[in-house]
Design a protein around this ligand. Sequence first.
Ligand SMILES: NC(=O)c1ccc[n+]([C@@H]2O[C@H](COP(=O)([O-])OP(=O)(O)OC[C@H]3O[C@@H](n4cnc5c(N)ncnc54)[C@H](OP(=O)(O)O)[C@@H]3O)[C@@H](O)[C@H]2O)c1
Length: 369
Amino acid sequence: MQAPDLLARPSSRAACGSFAAAGPAGPATESAMTSIPAPSIPPTMTAIAIRAPGGPEVLVPEERPVPTPGRGEILVKVEAAGVNRPDVMQRKGLYPPPPGASDIPGLEIAGTVVATGPDSTRWTRGDRVMALVSGGGYADYCIADETHALPIPPDLAPTEAAAVPETAFTVWHNVFERGGLQRGETLLVHGGSSGIGTMAIQLAKAFGATVIVTAGSEEKCEACRRLGADVAVNYRTEDFVAAVKQATGGAGANVILDMVGGDYIARNWSAAAVEGRIVQIAFQASPKATVDFSRVMLKRLHHTGSTLRSRAAADKAAIARAVERQVWPLIAAGRVRPVMDRTYPLAEAAAAHARMESSLHIGKIVLTA
Ligand SMILES: NC(=O)c1ccc[n+]([C@@H]2O[C@H](COP(=O)([O-])OP(=O)(O)OC[C@H]3O[C@@H](n4cnc5c(N)ncnc54)[C@H](OP(=O)(O)O)[C@@H]3O)[C@@H](O)[C@H]2O)c1
């Protein structure tokens, strides 16, 4: 599948370089920090640790050493950090950090570069970036691979910038690169009012697709319609398979972004068009299902999926470059905007997680450092 390539690359001081291996984290030292006087960076910082697997209350502030950027890395003074469902899974002990990643939760940040590691060439001290990180976002300072950082688009508040990387990278890769969504096709997005869903609606509309979403209340359906969704289905009261068939004249959805699994797996195959692509990004119901594979054969379906966090750094760098080329200009032009639910001070990370688990939110929850 070929992802659409409709937009020009935004101007930036340098192109994303190739990945250089991460160095070990440890206390900040003047020798490792090439671009800021050591006294500006304190030796320790506040971070939100997971005391033990459990409810939101296990998120507790701790003093930790400020990490040192390794090869190809930058140290960012965090102004805001996005909260994502995978953070909740990590807190519960169901989604351990990959080897080498920080045990501090937080997969996306926005802030100012305060130091660069050896061989880090793109950014200098004072640059304002938003970055995908493999952990450590819930802290005053965070390390990012320099190739996973993007400039903050003009007019985007730090809280909004922190809400971009995880959703933009995930949606771009899964809907456009894996799902191959094309102009004129129909995308079905489950969880349309989620952080991921609200980004998927906007990007799919910007690239000329018809968008059908599912959401769990009329209020959420209405929010999705306001964002541009052509059809919003309340999955608690309506059958999304029938709704998709009706909305597409019986043809079905060309691409389906699913974060539910369970009985949605067979129902997605029913809702899919011939040659449809189903992309699995989570299993909020169950990863297991008893299914009739004849549908895959008869409709020539493709069922794929991916997780972002465990991908090789070079893969994430490639996604970052695609996002910078295809998504960044839309954000800079104000055509795509993160949908903000609430912000909480870093110290209230537990309340932010409780909000996410209440499922009352629409769009993104963000922590401010
Ligand atoms: N694979 C990856 O790389 C990757 C990366 C990031 C996120 N994710 C996954 O993507 C999902 C969204 O993440 P997020 O951070 O945006 O979380 P979020 O805002 O909490 O979204 C979760 C969404 O799931 C929806 N949902 C739950 N059960 C549903 C059902 N039966 N039918 C339809 N929708 C249902 C919820 O809708 P209601 O509240 O309306 O019930 C809610 O909108 C999470 O499952 C997360 O783990 C995957």
